[in-house]
Ligand binder design. Sequence first.
Ligand SMILES: Cc1cc2nc3c(=O)[nH]c(=O)nc-3n(C[C@H](O)[C@H](O)[C@H](O)COP(=O)(O)OP(=O)(O)OC[C@H]3O[C@@H](n4cnc5c(N)ncnc54)[C@H](O)[C@@H]3O)c2cc1C
Length: 444
Amino acid sequence: MEKVVVVGANHAGTAAINTVLDNYADKEVIAFDANDNISFLGCGMALWIGKQIKGSSGLFYSDKDKLEAKGAKVYMETYVESVDYTNKVVHATGKNGKTCEQPYDKLILATGSIPIAPPIKGIELENVQFVKLFQNAQEVIQKLESGRIKRVVVVGAGYIGVELAEAFKRNGNEVTLIDMADTCLSGYYDREFTDLMAKHLEENGVHLAFGQSVKEIKGTTKVEVVVTDKEEFQADMVVLCMGFKPNNTLGKDTLELYTNGAFLVNGRQETSVPDVYAIGDCATVYDNATKGENYIALASNAVRSGIIAAHNACGTSIATEGVQGTNGISVFGFNMLATGLTLAKAKSLGLAAVATDYEDWQKPLFIEHGNFKVKIRIVYDQNTRIILGTQLSSDSDISLAIHFFSLAVQENVTIDKIKLFDAFFLPHFNQPYNYITMAALQAK
Ligand SMILES: Cc1cc2nc3c(=O)[nH]c(=O)nc-3n(C[C@H](O)[C@H](O)[C@H](O)COP(=O)(O)OP(=O)(O)OC[C@H]3O[C@@H](n4cnc5c(N)ncnc54)[C@H](O)[C@@H]3O)c2cc1C
């Protein structure tokens, strides 16, 4: 039987394993993971810390038993030390020190990403926390439950830092959010939107320290003070959310890499070495917005790439549709969603980008309850008219609208095409002149 070996069994690996098991009875699946759990939804960490969910039990959707019941062999707490790409053998070591040599016909690397740990003095102090694994979340929560953590400094105002700032605030902590950029979420939204989120965070009691970079963390054994180039902040806990880098240890000397070290893959998730696939956070994605390779570490990309790699490894040729970095964030009831390029990013890439902005109530004004304003920006190329990206914000759940724009960017839809497309109207949901149509109609 042909052997498909999967290294890393979190979101990407689990998707690949399940796809092989569900579709190809003639393949043997062997998986290795260094951790003792599978499929932890990191996005639940903030909800758990902020006590918006009861506990962690619902944050997993798979485990060794489930995968083995379907026919896989799964080695947990087993670290793959190296891969012999010439002889097609994986070398692994279990927790007990027992080593194992596993031959493969097809290899799927799903080794994920690791938090960026900048060379900041004091980073090794007690209560300086990273947030990635289930164990990280558990440790943070145990420390919070000790009652000794009053002041939390979150470093990095990307979507994880912003979500965690909210979570610590909901937990009753004093929270400072630091970022070297002069706003939050600047990688995903234009200023008009990031300012809204910043205001919202401040109104909910998060102290913002933007435009500052952390120089040192001070303390004797435990963290006490965070020193930036401008200020000092007292802290009982520091949470570092400064991004992730691909975990490329197993292939960095053999496989072709992207600029940040991710395994470079084609649309079928194939690496530069035959029969070796890479998926999820350790691999590149094809970005429809920039029309090239990119690195976008998201669980959504991990799952899709896992499915694609599994089919290709098992002989069914399918290719990615590409991605456009579609994302969302919901903080203190305020929702922001984005896909594709911001206006600032599009301009920085030299595109002739312009934007159409519109803001209105989601529903007719006679709907007095559950009716909130929606703000939309559609970015498009003024020469080709093609939609490059979209941003949305509202207190309403308008999340499904971003999928529409995600597909528009993927399929090179022009702004003119959506001016008079067939949008339904029902006062429970929208206005006769809905915000998408109105924004598009206003495009020059
Ligand atoms: C706090 C937080 C919130 C997030 N929120 C969202 C969200 O809301 N939406 C979203 O889309 N994404 C979110 N993400 C991102 C998402 O979690 C990642 O994109 C996703 O985990 C990537 O999955 P992966 O399987 O590729 O990699 P990983 O999750 O990094 O898993 C890699 C696995 O490989 C194993 N491994 C690595 N090396 C070896 C080795 N040599 N031998 C054996 N095993 C190995 C590891 O133990 C691990 O289990 C969030 C992430 C965090 C940290």
